[in-house]
Design a protein around this ligand. Structure first.
Ligand SMILES: *[C@@H]1O[C@H](CO)[C@@H](O)[C@H](O)[C@H]1NC(C)=O
Ligand SMILES: *[C@@H]1O[C@H](CO)[C@@H](O)[C@H](O)[C@H]1NC(C)=O
Ligand SMILES: *[C@@H]1O[C@H](CO)[C@@H](O)[C@H](O)[C@H]1NC(C)=O
Ligand SMILES: *[C@@H]1O[C@H](CO)[C@@H](O)[C@H](O)[C@H]1NC(C)=O
Ligand SMILES: *[C@@H]1O[C@H](CO)[C@@H](O)[C@H](O)[C@H]1NC(C)=O
Ligand SMILES: *[C@@H]1O[C@H](CO)[C@@H](O)[C@H](O)[C@H]1NC(C)=O
Ligand SMILES: *[C@@H]1O[C@H](CO)[C@@H](O)[C@H](O)[C@H]1NC(C)=O
Ligand SMILES: *[C@@H]1O[C@H](CO)[C@@H](O)[C@H](O)[C@H]1NC(C)=O
Ligand SMILES: *[C@@H]1O[C@H](CO)[C@@H](O)[C@H](O)[C@H]1NC(C)=O
Length: 874
């Protein structure tokens, strides 16, 4: 019976309606891939206006081919179906597409055969999603278009749709489409946000045009099919998208302008579907909107019943207001699901329904290989240009494991790479540091290649290693003593022979015995040693001079670090202190014993590279005591890293978290607010051109050992008078909960977006609540909670109860007032950062006055606040 309605209390409708307008009527966030389209081409499809791009950069084009359907077929089909990519080689071929992890996406794959191969026999194959089976693609006849669609929240910053040959013809694919959805819908409204929903049906009921609708009618590009039944009568109204009060599901106005009602006005409205399997789980979303203007003596109210434990009522659709009814638990256990809408006794009118969606739960629970191992093996693959069909997940499913690998599988933990055999793979260059990060490796075979350089000590980090084979290479230098030691005790089987330049301590020792005997030979060795030493000094010299050159051409303060220096500083990436949007953050120690934080761009997030560069460039030029400062960076092929000053007290989010027992005092909170305002004021008003942060949130406010706050993470910042850059930033920026609704609506960026986010942070400081507080039932935005209490004039209930009343009422009111002005729906009314800073400083002094003068003043001041309360409620 746990159904719920998405009806908002009318008081806050204004605020929430804006909050929920995540997507403007453009294609921002859409990824529309036309598979097989020649590299670097793109176009806008004529009827939908959707912009498609080629798939070439998402797939290995060496193992696949681009084909087109016949000309006759092209005329009758939309352009995105004209090309296909077909996979004659390899059993599994995977796309790799970057996404924003944590965002809810609709992901759709489309297949149109169109006799592209001239065989007139459509194949049958499997579509996988990473390691999990997504669908089996079969064609009932040659002219059918097959679509598979899921709603899913990726936990990584990429997805890998794969086509798998099952021996029934060559797999192919026509399009892949990704649409970010509103976070307050579908999966996120269900009990478990680990769900994967696959489309079962989506109908536009009562359609009078009998055509299917998608983008631009649907901002999320869902495809709505018309459906009718002889038991139903159509009801229609004219409705534009501006007339319709939307909710977070945003069904298109054209779909919501029609509805069906039973022909027999006293009967109930019914429909059903049959399950393939009694254990299947379904989620159902029913969309309602009253299409008739009811007279005063008319009512329409009905109950919605699916089964004994799934009913909702009475529902009274409102004129031109979308209401979506769903349950947060799945329907399961039946072979037929019968939905019936029956009018209540009082209702003068029969039930109606405008649109319906049913999704089936998919099981995507198979574990993917540990992400660190994936990143590492991908690095190795790229570093050596390994020419094997290494695609998709390295280990799973075991059937499609990368050739040359072996992995550990248990059912609880992600698979790990335990064995790597790159023997006879034509590898050149040195032994790559990444190899030492495959920490579970037991077997490593690099034999019969042309590897040069030393046998590095870092291989000793591989604690589980039992077999190391580097035979038949061109390695030089000494074999590390630890490896020899392990080989001597029998814990490691070490094969190093057939490397003419490599010597174990033992063999070198033998040679030294011969030195006095053969003098000329020893001279030769000395010469070789001298050359080697000279080369070494030369290399060192080269490195430093290159660094100083870089230093000269950039700002003097910032240092370019090399990859090996980063390894030194972080002690081989020993301690992780955080994980940001595009990589991990490690603790490090410079040679002068200064502690630093080192942010490494993960190789799997190339999308983040732009943000990395933009952050690095900005940090080079801005400098302020309330902005986290950059000490240096590393921009080499192996690694991209930023080296920051270390902030000993973590971030504000951690301090405000309910888990933190060391509660921030009121004056500490005020100081943090003032510090952050200083930093932001500098970005807005002290920099030319001004800089917007664009992703302000408590996790981006860091605290040093004295609890001084500094603003971090300029990943999304961009100097906004820089017109050359501004057209790149079409992607929605920011974090849900902190993003200015005005920005979401218009896409216009200006300083006032930051002011809004700052207002939300102030409210978090005041209340100790999160911007989005999630209960099992719903997600509550802090404003929805705080505004009614503020308007009620009840400061004691606004301020964080964990302070147990230890705050000055007067300064609290003042901060609330500042925060209220920051979140004004009308951006023009929001104050400038300089003004906010000045007022926050005043709060700080009010707070000190009160603490110094004790309770008498407090009472006087709380009397004075009454006028402020009335001011707020205006
Ligand atoms: C594809 O083939 C080209 C030319 O043969 C080669 O340079 C390139 O490295 C190959 N790409 C991959 C991913 O194997
Ligand atoms: C949805 O929420 C996730 C995590 O809470 C966040 O990372 C993502 O940016 C949000 N997406 C949108 C479109 O706001
Ligand atoms: C293919 O199937 C579709 C729908 O099932 C049907 O409408 C169409 O007539 C069929 N075409 C042929 C050539 O059988
Ligand atoms: C209309 O439905 C009611 C209730 O289901 C039923 O009793 C009645 O016979 C139906 N009328 C017609 C004309 O079918
Ligand atoms: C409602 O009132 C109108 C006249 O205003 C009348 O014609 C109609 O029958 C009434 N309907 C009901 C259900 O009472
Ligand atoms: C139905 O009628 C009863 C009694 O007249 C009334 O108490 C109730 O509020 C009405 N329900 C609706 C939904 O109008
Ligand atoms: C992988 O390891 C397992 C367990 O050690 C072994 O049974 C299997 O044969 C290995 N597979 C390959 C391809 O080496
Ligand atoms: C490693 O690969 C080589 C060449 O591909 C092969 O000869 C050898 O048997 C492999 N070793 C193991 C343990 O599978
Ligand atoms: C060594 O590798 C070469 C190709 O790189 C191959 O032709 C040869 O057979 C390999 N030798 C052994 C012993 O595996």
């Amino acid at each position: 019976m746990r159904s719920m309605s998405l009806h908002f209390p009318s008081v806050l409708l204004g605020v929430l309606a804006i909050l929920d307008l995540i997507q403007a009527q453009d294609q921002s966030g859409f990824t529309s891939i036309d598979c097989g389209l020649p590299d670097n081409s793109d176009y806008s499809e004529k009827s939908t206006g959707i912009s498609y791009i080629s798939d070439a950069k998402f797939i290995d084009t060496n193992t696949s081919v681009s084909k087109s359907i016949s000309h006759a077929e092209m005329i009758t089909h939309q352009q995105q179906l004209h090309f296909v990519r077909s996979f004659p080689n390899g059993v599994r071929n995977c796309y790799r597409i970057n996404v924003n992890s944590g965002t809810q996406y609709l992901i759709r794959a489309t297949f149109y055969y169109g006799n592209y191969d001239g065989l007139n026999k459509p194949p049958q194959f499997e579509l996988h999603f990473g390691v999990n089976l997504w669908d089996t693609v079969k064609f009932p006849n040659t002219s059918r278009t097959i679509m598979s669609e899921i709603i899913y929240i990726p936990s990584k910053d990429y997805i890998q749709p794969c086509l798998v040959n099952t021996g029934k013809g060559t797999p192919f694919i026509s399009t892949i489409e990704l649409r970010p959805l509103n976070n307050n819908s579908y999966v996120n409204n269900a009990e478990s946000d680990k769900l994967v929903l696959s489309l079962f049906m989506r109908y536009d009921l009562g359609s009078i045009t009998n055509i299917e609708y998608r983008y631009k009618d649907d901002v999320y590009d869902r495809i709505w099919l018309p459906y009718e039944s002889s038991d139903w009568r159509r009801l229609t109204t004219s409705l534009t998208k501006d007339d319709l009060h939307q909710n977070s599901y945003q069904p298109p106005a054209i779909v919501m302008s029609t509805a069906v009602t039973p022909i027999n006005a006293t009967a109930s409205l019914q429909f059903h579907w049959d399950a393939d399997d009694v254990n299947d789980q379904y989620y159902i979303y029913r969309h309602f909107n009253e299409v008739e203007e009811l007279a005063a003596n008319e009512t329409r109210a009905f109950n919605i019943i699916v089964s004994a434990d799934n009913w909702y009522g009475p529902e009274t659709p409102q004129f031109r207001v979308t209401n979506t009814i769903f349950s947060i638990k799945p329907l399961t256990g039946a072979t037929r699901y019968q939905v019936s809408l029956s009018k209540t006794k009082n209702s003068t009118l029969p039930p109606i329904i405008n649109a319906i969606e049913v999704y089936k739960v998919k099981d995507f629970s198979k574990l993917e290989t540990e992400l660190d191992d994936v990143d590492t093996i991908t690095n190795i693959k790229n570093a050596y240009g390994v020419a094997r069909n290494w695609q998709g997940d390295p280990c799973a499913p075991a059937k499609y494991m990368w050739k040359g690998l072996n992995c550990s599988f248990d059912h609880l933990n992600p698979p790990r790479i335990t064995s790597l055999n790159l023997s006879s793979s034509g590898m050149t260059g040195q032994i790559h540091y990444s190899l030492s990060k495959l920490t579970m490796l037991q077997y490593l075979d690099l034999s019969n290649n042309s590897l040069n350089g030393p046998l590095p000590e870092f291989l000793n980090n591989l604690e589980s290693l039992r077999v190391l084979n580097v035979r038949k290479n061109k390695l030089t230098g000494l074999v590390p003593s630890e490896l020899l030691e392990r080989s001597k005790t029998g814990s490691l089987s070490l094969s190093v022979d057939d490397n003419p330049g490599l010597c174990t301590k033992k063999s070198c020792g033998k040679k030294s015995l011969f030195v006095p005997l053969i003098a000329s030979f020893s001279a030769l060795i000395v010469a070789v040693l001298l050359i080697y030493l000279g080369f070494w000094i030369f290399r060192r010299h080269k490195v430093t001079s290159r660094n100083s050159k870089k230093r000269g051409s950039l700002e003097t303060k910032h240092q370019a670090f090399s990859y090996t220096e980063i390894l030194d500083i972080t002690d081989n990436f020993k301690t992780i202190v955080g994980e940001g949007g595009f990589g991990k953050v490690y603790v490090g120690l410079l040679q002068n014993h200064t502690q630093v934080a080192v942010k490494i761009l993960s190789p799997s997030s190339m999308q983040g590279y732009k943000e990395f560069q933009s952050e690095a460039q900005l940090l080079m030029i801005v400098h302020h005591r309330n902005l986290v400062s950059l000490i240096g960076y590393c921009d080499e092929d192996e690694i991209k890293a930023l080296v920051y000053e270390y902030m000993a007290n973590g971030n504000l989010q951690q301090h405000l978290s309910v888990k933190n027992t060391n509660i921030l005092k009121w004056n500490e909170r005020l100081n943090i607010a003032v510090d952050s305002a200083h930093g932001l004021d500098y970005l807005h008003n002290g920099c030319k051109p001004p800089i917007m942060h664009r992703d302000l949130k408590p996790s981006n406010i860091l605290l040093d050992e004295n609890m001084h706050a500094k603003i971090a993470d300029f990943g999304l910042s961009r100097a906004f008078s820089d017109d050359i850059d501004s057209h790149i930033s079409t992607r929605p920026a920011g974090t849900l909960g902190y993003v200015d609704p005005e920005y979401q609506r218009t896409g216009n960026t200006n300083k006032k977006n930051d002011i809004y986010s700052f207002g939300i942070i102030l409210f978090e400081l005041i209340t100790g609540r999160k911007a989005l507080e999630r209960t099992s039932e719903e997600t509550i935005h802090i404003l929805k909670w705080v505004i009614p209490i503020v308007e009620g004039g009840d400061i004691q209930n606004v301020v964080d109860p964990r302070l147990q009343g230890e705050f000055s009422v007067n300064s609290a009111w003042k901060v609330v007032e500042i925060a209220m002005s920051c979140i004004s729906p009308n951006a023009v009314e929001r104050p400038d950062m300089s003004q906010i800073l000045a007022e926050l400083k005043e709060c700080l002094s009010l707070d000190m006055v009160q603490r110094n003068c004790g309770n008498t003043t407090a009472e006087l001041i709380s009397a004075a606040t009454i006028s402020e309360t009335t001011l707020l409620a205006r």
